[in-house]
Design a protein around this ligand. Structure first.
Ligand SMILES: Cc1cc2nc3c(=O)[nH]c(=O)nc-3n(C[C@H](O)[C@H](O)[C@H](O)COP(=O)(O)OP(=O)(O)OC[C@H]3O[C@@H](n4cnc5c(N)ncnc54)[C@H](O)[C@@H]3O)c2cc1C
Length: 414
């Protein structure tokens, strides 16, 4: 028997975007229900154990990271930095990123959600969406096994794959080729303390084994998660040699291929590389890291030109400087950079549904082309679009104009 609930705003998905969105709604004085499939918040940040937050800082060649983001994104990053006991790293391209501890990300998120009185439904999934006259009026959810119908004034899709747009039969922005997926796993018992040197040791051994045909060619798709080597423990990210299609069965198949990659690579390292001789696999991230899914169609579609030409918008709700980062089915990642010390903006229209008045999007399913989302998907930007979507949805639920809501976001957040 389905129970009924009324709230102001529903947020679907408790990743970095959904956490920010739900907190924004509460801070605007409204009730919110956050629905998350996993038993904990964080989305890819925790379930795929991504390990560094990108998109928080200015793009420049200065050694000390300078925040590009303000408002909630910065508040979250500062708490995460303290709880993870880390500081931002910097690479030769001018990119700054914050390594974090996975448990710290979960704890900071849970603390913030609880302190802000967000109603969380973990272990819960969206079933259907009911629409009347271009408005979503309710959603049906299975919350920890129990069917619930939730009546809403506004709704935010932070599902990473446009679950609400799909359930409502709305037009989607689909990729012709999705970016390659990755699996993150952690090994402990490693007898090396320098991360750069460890990377070179691993790569040299793997390349030699590939040349000798002891390992297949794709095993060179292995990277150390930056800043992860601590206490003889390190995390690796490996590129999965299987195309992401999202066809039925694709995710389980990616998972199976990823597990076999981790098993074979770790066994190889333990048996062939001196510094791994006492090592073991400590953990494998529960989620396969799929980078980009389907996006929802908004009032504006952010483009590659907007990103690369650092376009500014009157209705901007986020500042961003991360490059267009594209991972294909080969080892090298392609990075297309914006101008040093510049940034582009994301307009509020990328967060507003083209078809449904009270539907908003945030995170990696905002309205953007393949190339634009390859930049805008990083977490520093998801935190900003999440918070902004929360403010816009709260405005929609209380008949505040979008123009006033955007002006307030610009004052408080960017
Ligand atoms: C391998 C990999 C490496 C990356 N590296 C970095 C990096 O170094 N730095 C960086 O900043 N970013 C990185 N990213 C990108 C970044 O992690 C993600 O783009 C970002 O975390 C997305 O946040 P989100 O909130 O939009 O979506 P997600 O984190 O995907 O959250 C969506 C949430 O919605 C839930 N959900 C989905 N559908 C439903 C449903 N029907 N019902 C209930 N719940 C649902 C999911 O369980 C999930 O928790 C990486 C991504 C990958 C895959």
């Amino acid at each position: 028997m389905e129970s009924n609930l009324h709230t102001d705003v529903v947020v679907l998905g408790g990743g970095s975007a959904g956490i920010a969105a739900a907190i924004a709604v509460v801070r605007k004085g409204l009730r919110v229900v956050l629905i998350e499939r996993n038993a904990y918040p964080g989305g890819k940040a925790t379930a795929a154990e991504v390990g560094t937050v990108c998109g928080l800082h200015k793009f420049n060649k200065k050694e000390n990271a300078e925040y590009l983001v303000r408002g909630f994104a910065r508040e979250f990053a500062e708490l995460l930095q303290i709880k993870s006991n880390t500081s931002p790293l910097y690479n030769a391209d001018g990119l700054h990123y914050l390594p974090y501890d996975i448990e710290a990300f979960k704890n900071v998120s849970i603390d913030l959600l609880n302190k802000n009185n967000v109603t969380n439904y973990f272990n819960s999934v969206l079933k259907t969406v009911q629409t009347v006259n271009d408005k979503i009026v309710s959603v049906s959810v299975i919350a920890a096994g129990n069917p619930i119908n939730i009546q809403v004034k506004a709704i935010i899709d932070c599902s990473g794959g446009s679950s609400i747009s799909r359930a409502a039969g709305l037009p989607l922005i689909e990729s012709e080729v999705y970016q390659a997926a990755a699996q993150i796993f952690t090994m402990t018992g490693i007898d090396e303390t320098n991360e750069g040197r460890l990377g070179m040791i691993v790569m040299k051994a793997v390349r030699l084994a590939i040349d000798r045909e002891e390992l297949a060619g794709f095993y060179d798709r292995v990277y150390i998660v930056p800043g992860s080597l601590k206490n003889n423990t390190v995390s690796f990210k490996v590129g999965i040699p299987l195309v992401v299609t999202y066809a039925p069965g694709n995710i389980p198949e990616l998972k199976t291929v990823a597990r076999s990659f981790v098993e074979n690579l770790s066994q190889f390292l333990i048996s062939h590389v001196e510094v791994f001789k006492n090592a073991v696999v400590k953990s494998i991230a529960p989620d396969v890291g799929t980078r980009i899914g389907q996006r929802s169609t908004g009032k504006y579609i952010l483009t590659e030109e907007d990103v690369l030409q650092c376009k500014k918008f009157d209705d901007a709700i986020a500042n961003a400087s991360w490059p267009i980062e594209e991972w294909g089915q080969n080892r090298r990642v392609s990075m297309r950079f914006i101008d040093v010390d510049d940034f582009y903006q994301i307009p509020a229209r990328c967060l507003q549904s083209k078809n449904i008045d009270n539907l908003f999007f945030a995170g990696r399913n905002i309205s953007a082309t393949d190339a634009a989302i390859a930049s805008a998907r990083v977490m520093g930007i998801c935190l900003q679009t999440g918070y902004a979507a929360g403010c816009l949805a709260a405005a929609a639920a209380t008949d505040i104009s979008m123009a006033d809501a955007v002006a307030q976001i610009q004052t408080d957040q960017i």
